[in-house]
Ligand binder design. Structure first.
Ligand code: BGC
Length: 764
């Protein structure tokens, strides 16, 4: 990443893109990690020698916890039913490596005690969970948090989530999800950091570091991270979950791989294979992906786990004829551990006996599992994270809840604010709070949260009433249901709007409209809520829209026409207070869209860093025989990087120095950023580059760096960035990182499609 003049750490995290990888110290570090996992403590190596083939297959078998039904059942297909006693029997027999999405320290203690006292070899169990955006304290959904453009915030929330999870007996989280997502129809875009590679890489690394902490994986408050889903799961055709992917190797290397490389670089010891196929080969059985690239090329020495029944699904993909073949294909391609199908415990022993799976491959996979357990400190103390007392006292603390509120406020994106309607005054105005998300403990924490609950989160009405001086001036009306009208709802809403000075309309998607298996064919505010918005807008009262959403939406009608729009996503435990902070100006909005909001669903997949085409439409109205839609230009309605502040920010005085970047040198570029408004602002200044002609066509813009700048009213600052040659690398004709001399255009701008200030430079 181009170097902003600030943080050395940020520079190092971003330096040089995927290209520098092959020669990077990170790769050397990974090779070292591989060596370390090979060099297991002698006792563990000796243990391997004592294990039967079945016990080895057991170490490669992970199941959803069956205690009281297991928390997992709400989030995954039911799968093979198993009772808790049945699972304990498997533990006794050494046929299970661990469980995931279980029910806390009490359950973990029971199971670990059986493993340590009653199994032949006393190998500690591993407890995993989907700790995606918080544990009992719930932080904003990942897409929201990415909007903060603040990797350190992502590190801090992951740290808090990791510590809470570890206090409840969890060793390993299935996070971060680092899939780049460019099609808003895909419901799982909510779990990632959006459409941009640089932002995705920085957030991936930050989350890994946060989960794992700074004191090594054996620390009792550390959890091991798992980068998922490898690879290109976000590229599913038509945004349909689990669907086919057909992308070029260049796109894989340039777009979808880099966040994984950053996650490994940051120390993630595990990775999850994705459900999708790529060009006809399911990832769960793709030797090129899981062995050639991951292990041989990148030197990854950690553990590969399948996704939930990913190996079993090879049959439905039409890739394996039966369970036995699915096991063989997935294991030999490089999936070390099987999640939930039970295929490995059932079929690996037979495959090894028949000589179809070499013992060496079996040992290699088992070593990786044992190495992870060693790293997590489980062989020293299998109960190090299992402490029912800590589980009670170290969750939902004042500190983590304050962090949830801070993260929430820093994730809210202000799309528009006509006439400076926001922030609202805290007194003297009658406020009509209208909409299905105005009140009530529902749809606050969002998808993919196994342990937090809406019941423990604070809703909008509570947040607003606590913020205003006179709560009697706030009226609350539901107006419409989440997915349909409510009787008399619109009439009541219109009456409330008429009686108020300002309307705050909370509309959008409910929590189950995004997340796994929640693809949408129309990414709009549901019709009944749109009808409510139209009726309320017709009163002519000034209107603020608070959008509830787990993806980019195509906004239209009265919602788009509102004077002010705040994107409030699903903000977690402190949803209402965080929104109130921004609504009333206790905190200024500073977040930016990590995904472009399109004009219409039909524009998806849209991403700002698209190619030019041979017939680009010039700025302005669509022209004949140029690249556009009949209805609008091929631009975003609100592009990646867009977000307003309560200040008024101007960009001026681009200084490119001599506008020459030499092969070994650096080029510092500067611009003046001024706040001509009356309120303080925190502006995310973004640096974009376009390679004007190259041997492989390049995107119309690419983000190379960004920086947050605080500006008091009337203040101006010179912001500088340093660009280096590695910032201009791309995947060349030979599918290797390359950089070519030539002309480049550069923007310092407030969004991916804003002009800001721009100029050209050459690379010699
Ligand atoms: C999801 C994974 C998740 C796993 C375990 C799968 O359906 O794709 O992201 O980690 O379930 O819950």
């Amino acid at each position: 990443m181009a170097e902003p003049s600030v943080s050395r750490r940020a520079v190092m995290m971003g330096a040089g893109a995927m290209a520098a990888w092959a020669a990077s110290p990170a790769r050397a570090l990974l090779a070292q990690a591989t060596e370390q996992s090979r060099a297991l403590p002698a006792a563990v190596e000796a243990l391997l020698g004592q294990m039967s083939v079945e016990e080895k297959a057991g170490q490669l078998t992970l199941m959803a916890a069956a205690w009281s039904g297991g928390a997992a059942t709400a989030l995954n297909p039911a799968g093979a039913r198993s009772s808790f006693d049945g699972q304990l029997a498997e533990v006794r027999a050494g046929r299970l490596t661990g469980v995931f999405n279980g029910n806390g320290a009490t359950m973990a203690k029971r199971m670990q005690s059986v493993a340590m006292r009653e199994s032949r070899l006393r190998i500690p169990l591993l407890f995993a969970a989907d700790v995606i955006h918080g544990f009992r304290t719930v932080f904003p959904v990942p897409m929201a948090e990415a909007a903060s453009f603040d990797p350190d915030l992502a590190r801090r929330t992951a740290r808090a989530a990791g510590a809470e999870a570890a206090a409840a007996g969890i060793d390993w989280t299935f996070a971060p999800m680092v899939d780049i997502t460019r099609d808003a129809r895909w419901g799982r875009s909510v779990e990632g950091a959006g459409e941009d590679v640089l932002l995705g890489r920085l957030i991936a690394a930050a989350r890994v570091k946060g989960f794992q902490g700074e004191h090594g994986l054996a620390a009792p408050d550390a959890v091991a991270a798992c980068a998922k889903h490898f690879a290109a799961y976000g590229a599913v055709e038509a945004g349909l979950d689990y669907n086919t992917v057909d992308v070029s190797e260049r796109t894989l290397r340039e777009i979808y791989f880099p966040p994984f490389q950053s996650a490994f670089d940051a120390g993630a010891p595990t990775v999850m294979a994705s459900f999708n196929e790529i060009s006809g080969v399911p990832s769960t059985a793709n030797p090129w992906l899981l062995t050639d690239v991951l292990r041989r090329e990148w030197g990854f020495g950690g553990l590969v786990v399948s996704d939930y029944t990913g190996d079993e699904e090879l049959i439905a993909h039409g890739f394996a004829v039966d369970a036995r073949e699915a096991t063989k294909l997935s294991f030999m391609a490089g999936v070390d551990m099987s999640m939930q199908s039970g295929f490995y415990i059932r079929h690996l022993p037979g495959l090894v006996a028949a000589g179809e799976v070499p013992v060496a491959r079996l040992n290699e996979a088992v070593r990786r599992v044992l190495a992870l357990k060693v790293q997590l400190g489980l062989f020293d103390d299998p109960f190090r994270r299992i402490d029912p007392r800590r589980e009670k006292t170290q969750v939902r603390t004042a500190r983590t809840l304050a962090l949830a509120r801070e993260a929430g406020a820093r994730s809210i994106v202000m799309l528009k604010n006509d006439g400076g309607l926001l922030p609202l005054p805290r007194s003297g105005k009658r406020i009509a709070l209208i909409g299905p998300f105005a009140s009530g403990r529902h749809d606050l924490i969002g998808t993919w949260n196994v342990y937090g609950t809406d019941a423990e989160a604070v809703d909008l009405e509570t947040g607003v009433r606590a913020m205003v001086k006179d709560a009697s001036l706030v009226s609350v009306v539901e107006g419409a249901g989440l997915d349909g009208p409510v009787a008399g709802g619109i009439e009541a809403a219109v009456a409330a709007a008429r009686a108020a000075d300002v309307v705050v309309l909370a509309v959008g998607e409910h929590a189950r409209m995004s997340g796994e298996a929640q693809s949408r064919s129309a990414i709009v505010v549901p019709p009944a809520q749109m009808a409510l918005a139209e009726a309320v807008a017709a009163t002519g009262k000034p209107m603020v829209v608070l959008l509830r959403n787990g993806r980019a939406l195509a906004l239209e009608g009265a919602v788009l026409g509102a004077s002010a729009i705040l994107v409030t996503w699903f903000l977690g435990s402190q949803d209402g207070p965080a929104i109130a902070d921004v609504l009333f100006g206790a905190v200024g909005p500073s977040a930016r869209l990590p995904v472009s909001f399109p004009h219409a669903t039909g524009q998806e997949p849209y991403h700002y860093d698209h190619k030019s085409t041979g017939r680009p439409n010039p700025p302005g109205a669509p022209q004949e025989y140029k690249t556009h839609y009949r209805e609008f230009a091929n631009k975003a309605l609100f592009p990646f990087g867009h977000g307003l502040t309560y200040g008024a920010i101007d960009y001026a005085d681009l200084d490119l120095g001599d506008a020459q970047l030499t092969a070994s040198g650096a080029m510092t570029v500067r611009a003046t950023i001024a706040n001509s408004g009356t309120r303080a602002a925190e502006e995310v200044v973004q640096l974009y580059v376009r390679d004007l002609a190259a041997s492989v066509t390049r995107p119309v813009r690419e983000l190379k760096s960004f920086r947050r700048v605080r500006l008091a009213p009337g203040e101006r600052q010179t912001v500088s960035f340093t660009l280096r040659r590695p910032d201009l690398l791309f995947i060349g004709r030979e599918l290797k990182p390359t950089v070519e001399p030539g002309r480049f255009r550069l923007w310092i701008a407030p969004s991916a499609e804003a002009e800001g200030v721009s100029g050209e430079f050459s690379l010699g």
